[in-house]
Design a protein around this ligand. Structure first.
Ligand code: GTP
Length: 597
């Protein structure tokens, strides 16, 4: 395809502003799918995405659009996820395009992720077309939102496209704006092949599929390609594009986006951001890549039934085929036995992986409290990364503990600002900036990541009645007055419950955790002491009094089938428990640490 006839674009938006709905409409308008095939939100292919209504993996679709000038253009749409955990995937998609549709809900206005995404698009030198969505809603105020976009983001919104992705109103105007207002890609067909590896995933039928954007040269079926970072050589066995169905095409030229397969076994061999060139005529230098994504939250995943350990390992390996951003390594815990320490991009990412393991692989899991990555400087000058609080070296060997900080942007209606500032204060936040746009405030804070990973997002939503939006980026490490909080059950420390907390919060956290555990650990035949300790000092104590547990006591008379059911239920419950010494600790207890912020 001639370069002037190609437009590569992504859609950026705050979560729920209608990105996926608009993508569906564009696909429909270009006849990419028959009505029967047009399931709602075709781009969100994974079941979990569909159920939770969020977009996880960036997807791409090639569309043919006959414009009002009578010419047919090829439009490549790169879908991007909206949630903060996946900001990395957004930057990847943006690097493969020349322009963005900036979708803003005309009844809500600019939100935190609108800003974060638009800044990323500007960094990628994108031409931006503002699109005001949901103008069918009575609460829509397109004129006010236009002004807001100009004030807050600083881009011209006077010719923003007004649409309703739901009713289909204005979709034609979006398509015209794409061909008229976005620049075509540039590139040299005769130069040595240079293609950017945007994404890769494992497909049960196709094997490893690589998504590429060609800069220069031509990528053909049968060509011997070389991955420039490793030097590995493969022969391309298929070249294609998603229309949105995977469709074979002969080649991809400059400016084009599509997929290839080349008999590659693991996604881990296809580093995202790598440059693909041709073996016999390689490019002199690779394209600028991406920053690698680093896991920021770690937690332990243990099989509820110890016999499932190997099954868990295989399942993690399979998931990793599709998601190179999550890490795992075997670990053992005195309390929980053998399991894995896993690293994630954020809490939502953690939840998604956990849910996929339970659902797709039929595993019962015990999850320990998530922890951020600390840096510990030892008295002998050595520095170590701490992924697990239980691995904390002895205090006498520690010179200093450093924790990761973030820079957070929070947008909130005026009337809830007080509550948000109080929340940030409580979480050791430092205010950097506070500005207003209309009746919305924008607060910029530095916060320790540790204070955010647990339940900050939930609290933010609840204190603002759902109106606050939030986005963050990592912002370096700083020394902190941090201590290891141990939980002792009948005088023995339970490694899987150990937490690292700021000294100022240790007493409160310790007390809250003991109270919570007291309710969660069922009474047993003997008394159980639950204590929180920092070093040798006990800071809180609760007692679970002894009681005989008899599930049958609720059954009067002799309904045998009901009795059997209860006994079976109890057996099920047992599997999810962990024998600790003589004490059984239910799975919920290991997550309780989360909710006591
Ligand atoms: P993520 O994929 O989770 O980032 O969200 P999204 O931005 O893709 O939003 P999505 O398309 O899922 O739309 C969110 C909600 O808004 C859905 O319930 C849509 O039905 C609704 N919606 C989208 N466009 C319109 C519109 O033009 N009018 C109205 N009234 N509702 C809309």
């Amino acid at each position: 395809t001639a370069l002037e006839l190609i437009r590569n674009f992504s859609i950026i938006a705050h979560i729920d502003h209608g990105k996926s709905t608009l993508a569906d409409r564009l696909i429909q308008a270009c006849g990419g799918l028959s009505d029967r095939e047009m399931k709602e939100q075709v781009l969100d292919s994974m079941d979990i995405e569909r159920e939770r209504g969020i977009t996880i993996k960036a997807q791409t679709v090639r569309l043919q659009y006959k414009a009002s000038d009578g010419v047919t253009y090829t439009l490549n749409l790169m879908d991007t996820p909206g949630h903060v955990d996946f900001a990395y995937e957004v930057s990847r998609s943006l690097a493969a395009c020349e322009g963005s549709l900036l979708v803003v809900d005309a009844s809500q206005g600019v939100e935190a992720q609108t800003l974060a995404n638009v800044y990323q698009a500007l960094d990628a030198h994108h031409e931006i077309v503002p699109v005001l969505n949901k103008i069918d809603l009575p609460a829509a105020e397109p004129e006010r939102i236009k002004t807001q976009i100009e004030d807050v983001i600083g881009i011209d919104a006077s010719d923003a496209v007004m649409i309703s992705a739901k009713t289909g109103l204005g979709i034609g105007d979006v398509l015209e704006a794409l061909v008229k207002r976005l620049p075509p890609p540039t590139g040299d067909e005769t130069a040595p092949l240079k293609a950017l590896l945007i994404d890769s995933w494992y497909d049960a039928y196709l094997g490893v599929v690589i998504l590429v954007r060609v800069r220069d040269g031509i990528l053909k079926t049968g060509a011997k390609i070389k991955l420039m970072s490793t030097g590995a050589v493969y022969q391309v066995d298929r070249v294609g594009a998603f229309t949105p169905k995977a469709t074979t095409i002969g080649e991809l030229g400059p400016g084009e986006v599509g997929f290839i397969t080349a008999g590659i076994k693991a996604v881990a061999d296809c580093a995202v951001g790598d440059t693909i060139t041709e073996e016999k005529r390689p490019a002199a230098a690779p394209l600028a890549g991406f920053k690698p994504s680093v896991p920021v939250v770690f937690c332990g995943l243990f099989p509820a039934d110890a016999a499932e350990f190997e099954h868990l390992r295989e399942s993690l390996q399979k998931l990793r085929l599709n998601d190179a951003s999550f890490q795992f390594e075997a670990e053992s815990s005195a309390a929980l036995g053998f399991g894995f320490r896993c690293g994630f991009l954020g809490l939502l990412h953690l939840e998604i992986i956990q849910e996929r393991l339970e659902r797709e692989f039929n595993l019962d899991l015990v999850t320990t409290a998530p922890s951020v990555v600390y840096k510990v400087v030892l008295t002998n000058g050595e520095e170590m990364e701490l992924h697990n609080p239980a691995d904390m070296p002895d205090v006498v060997r520690i010179e200093e503990i450093q924790e990761p900080w973030i820079k957070a942007t929070i947008m909130v209606p005026d009337e809830h600002l007080g509550a948000i500032l109080a929340l940030c204060q409580e979480r050791r936040g430092i205010q950097i900036d506070l500005t207003y746009a209309g009746n919305r405030a924008m607060a910029v804070y530095r916060l320790p990541l540790n204070e955010v990973v647990f339940d900050f997002y939930d609290r933010l939503k609840s204190v603002s009645r759902g109106y606050a939006s939030f986005d963050y980026a990592l912002d370096g490490y700083e020394p902190g007055d941090l201590v290891l909080l141990n939980i002792l059950v009948n005088a023995e420390p339970v490694d899987a419950l150990a937490l690292i907390v700021h000294r100022s919060q240790a007493d409160r956290r310790g007390r809250a955790l003991c109270e919570k555990l007291k309710d969660l650990i069922p009474p047993q035949m003997f008394q159980i002491a639950i204590q929180a300790a920092i070093g040798g000092r006990i800071i809180a104590r609760e007692t679970v009094r002894a009681m005989r547990k008899d599930v049958l006591s609720k059954c009067y008379g002799g309904d045998i089938s009901r009795k059997r059911k209860l006994l079976e239920k109890q057996k099920e419950g047992k599997k999810r428990m962990r024998q600790f010494g003589k004490v059984e600790i239910p799975q919920s207890a290991f997550l309780a640490a989360l909710k006591t912020g």
